[in-house]
Design a binder for this molecule. Structure first.
Ligand code: GLC
Length: 738
């Protein structure tokens, strides 16, 4: 529709119709049985008339369902304004990829762009118009359950993935969104919740906000994300959903974002709980003045916008501007011409979970898993040479897709047990669960969980399970432990203070270690767990995350050497939970461990823990033996560019991927500067015995930062430059910026 006609619709809308476009309701409001909608309406205190005018739907997917609702809707809509279907499709629709913390570990934005293109195609076939993704919150605290959804702790890496995910999802061709609209979230700095406690306060300097936390969102906006979702947290004392500084000044005025801003779930109403609004009316005013366009799942906008205008407290133009942004989005998606965007059951059958999509999920999972330990080259295992016992609650478990894969089917997942059995003969392989997941399921909370989930296995059964595992372990040469956290122990509202393996699993491991076999741990988790004990006990450790639909197969293929693991951590693994928050690019402090002037006690350290993480940012092992040498800069002084090269040699008979990482240190700044910052990275495939050079070009813009005066610029001076296969073990050089 051309904008003239669209403007005409806007002009013709009644107030109620305008307000309706700014409301998002969940699927239960759109049930065909009215009786089912009475409760939800009462809970929000809104009328059926307002429900009938709502502009968008939360988390309904499936071609037949979305078509049914849309059809019914358009019959009632005076201007035939289609509904917008928005859903949480964060790392896959029916084909589920690894969780984003695993995607970050691929260091391969180009591959992830393909994954999100597939995700968009599947979602579009299912009638979804907008996905609440990518989530680009920078994370430094593994206690926070939503590390799961983030690509990690580094602004440069997060920005690269943000761009790739938005581009893959929207897949714009000749100016048209041929995929689905992306909604980057959660703006802003939600990942910095104090103590890693969910929904907790966020407070930091504007410098840190801009330097570390905003680049991911800005990259998504610059890549054309059509929507932005506000976050639950405060920043500098103001909840983001009511923050004119963040939403108007930074997002709209500085970055020029003219798309739709949608609140997170009930976040408008929560301005009252935050204590920044006395009631829903004040909350509505704050959110609308901050230019938050859509109120997700509360009655605030529905009940308060019109009274605020009538009382002269709210400029009606703000409502028109918000409605205009929503109508433009619907128009951009072509909904006025085709309210279904080609969604149909037939299309779903054609594009969902195809062999190609499964294969892509396999490739992504293969590049996401991180080999953390491999003592004496325990891995890869030879086939049918040793007797293998698989134990642990994830051994024969299809729950490998993680908390936010709400439209995926665990029934599509090949279990680790099934996948291993395809590598070895039955005479060489056995399985025994051995122990429960956690010892108690209190964390299921209101999700309830099935009755048997809520109760422990009876003691006799627990003893029996252990006895069987021990008996089978005695016959085995190698024991593979498929361990980790329950799906519901991470993700939203999954903050935890003890992020070691569950006690019941640790106790079981202790019993099995006594058998003196070769021990291999595979960890399934939505966050970095504290694996310090296991690092000492195990011969090998493979971090598998929640690896998605193809995860079980990939784990087996890595264990048996079909895949050479290439994942590199995008988030530090702490030595102990007491180190958190921990991240690689911190400041030197006045008394660094290697201080020249202070020795022993009086330096920046803990009395009871190392400062260093157990496994650092960028770290991971492979089955190859790769080394870097001959780091060369093309000049000692840099004006506009600096050309950097390094030699990389694969001293093994195995081809594989490696990620070469380039960091810089601005030695003296007008404010303190990180000891190292990732600026460039390249993931390369090296054939057996390949010896080649890797080249980088560093530009002045790469060295920009927020100076003491908060100017985003660069300051001449001396720099150190580091190149390595992780953030810790690096070659170094130095240069002077003129
Ligand atoms: C949730 C999450 C957000 C999600 C939204 C809609 O509370 O914070 O990530 O997109 O609600 O389900």
């Amino acid at each position: 529709m051309n904008e003239t006609d669209l403007k005409k619709i806007l002009r013709d809308l009644t107030w109620q119709e305008k307000v309706g476009q700014l409301i998002q309701l969940s699927g239960d409001f759109f049930s065909s049985e009215d009786a089912l909608t009475v409760g939800p309406k009462q809970k929000l205190g809104i009328t059926q008339e307002m429900v009938d005018l709502a502009g968008s739907v939360l988390n309904v997917a499936g071609a037949s369902k979305t078509r049914e609702i849309q059809e019914k809707w358009l019959q009632k809509s005076r201007h035939k304004i289609p509904l917008l279907f928005m859903a949480d499709i964060v790392y896959g629709y029916r084909t589920v990829f690894p969780i984003p913390l695993g995607l970050g570990a691929t260091w391969n934005p180009e591959l992830i762009e393909q994954a999100y293109k597939v995700t968009a195609a599947e979602s579009k076939a299912a009638g979804v118009h907008v996905t609440f993704a990518p989530m680009v919150d920078l994370v430094r605290d593994a206690r926070w359950g939503r590390c799961l959804e983030s690509t990690g702790e580094d602004a440069t890496l997060n920005a690269a993935f943000a761009r790739a995910m938005v581009t893959g999802l929207q897949h714009v061709e000749t100016g048209k969104i041929t995929g689905i609209a992306s909604c980057v979230k959660h703006f802003a700095a939600y990942g910095a919740a104090e103590g890693g406690r969910e929904y907790n306060t966020v407070d930091m300097s504007e410098r840190r906000l801009r330097e570390d936390y905003l680049p991911g969102y800005q990259a998504a906006v610059d890549a054309g994300s059509e929507l932005v979702m506000t976050s639950f947290n405060t920043y500098d004392g103001t909840p983001v959903t009511g923050s004119e500084f963040l939403l108007k000044q930074i997002l709209r005025e500085e970055w020029g974002f003219d798309g739709v801003i949608i609140s997170d779930y009930a976040a408008v109403q929560e301005l009252v709980a935050h204590g920044i609004a006395a009631d829903e009316k004040e909350a509505t005013l704050l959110a609308m003045k901050a230019t938050n366009d859509i109120d997700m799942k509360t009655g605030c906008y529905a009940k308060q916008l019109e009274p605020l205008v009538q009382e002269g407290k709210l400029d009606p133009g703000l409502i028109d501007e918000a409605v205009w942004r929503v109508l433009k989005l619907k128009n951009k998606l072509g909904l006025f011409e085709d309210p279904y965007r080609g969604a149909s059951s037939e299309r779903e059958r054609k594009v969902l979970l195809t062999e190609e999509n499964r294969d892509l999920a396999y490739q992504v999972a293969a590049q996401s898993m991180v080999l953390l330990e491999n003592k004496n080259n325990t891995l890869p295992l030879a086939k049918n040479e040793q007797k293998i016992l698989l134990v642990g609650p994830y051994g024969d478990n299809q729950n490998l897709i993680g908390l936010w894969a709400i439209h995926g089917n665990t029934s599509d997942v090949i279990t680790i047990k099934e996948a291993i059995s395809q590598h070895v003969s039955a005479s060489k392989f056995s399985y025994s669960a051995g122990c429960e997941m956690p010892s108690d399921y209190h964390f299921l909370g209101e999700f309830g969980g099935s009755k048997e989930q809520l109760e422990r296995m009876p003691l006799a059964e627990r003893k029996q399970a252990l006895a069987e595992a021990l008996e089978q372990g005695k016959q085995a040469d190698v024991i593979i432990y498929a361990m980790g956290e329950h799906t519901m122990q991470s993700g939203e509202a999954g903050s935890r203070t003890d992020i070691t393996l569950p006690d019941v699993q640790k106790e079981f491991i202790q019993e099995m270690l006594a058998l003196g076999k070769t021990n291999i741990l595979v960890t399934i988790s939505g966050r970095p767990l504290v694996l310090t004990e296991e690092a000492n006990q195990m011969d090998a450790i493979l971090q598998a995350w929640f690896p998605g639909t193809e995860g079980g197969r990939v784990i087996a293929d890595i264990l048996f050497g079909e895949i050479n693991p290439s994942g590199r951590l995008s988030m530090s693994f702490p030595y102990t939970v007491g180190q958190l928050p921990i991240y690689y690019n911190g400041f030197q402090t006045g008394r660094p461990l290697n201080s020249e002037t202070h020795k022993g006690r009086f330096v920046s350290k803990y009395l009871d823990s190392p400062n260093a993480p157990l496994y650092p940012f960028g770290y991971g092992l492979s089955y190859s033996n790769v080394e870097l040498s001959s780091l060369t800069l093309d000049a000692e002084e840099m004006v506009d560019q600096l050309h950097v090269s390094v030699q990389i040699k694969n001293n093994s008979s195995r081809g594989g991927f490696e990620t070469v990482q380039l960091y810089v240190q601005d030695i003296v700044g007008s404010v303190v500067r990180p000891t190292r910052e990732l600026k460039k990275f390249k993931k390369v495939y090296l054939k057996a015995q390949e010896n080649t050079a890797i080249h980088f070009t560093l530009t002045r813009e790469d060295l920009f930062y927020y100076t003491k005066k908060m100017d985003f610029t660069v300051e001449p001076g001396d720099f150190n430059l580091f190149v390595g296969l992780n953030s810790r073990d690096t070659l170094s050089a130095s240069f002077t910026l003129k």
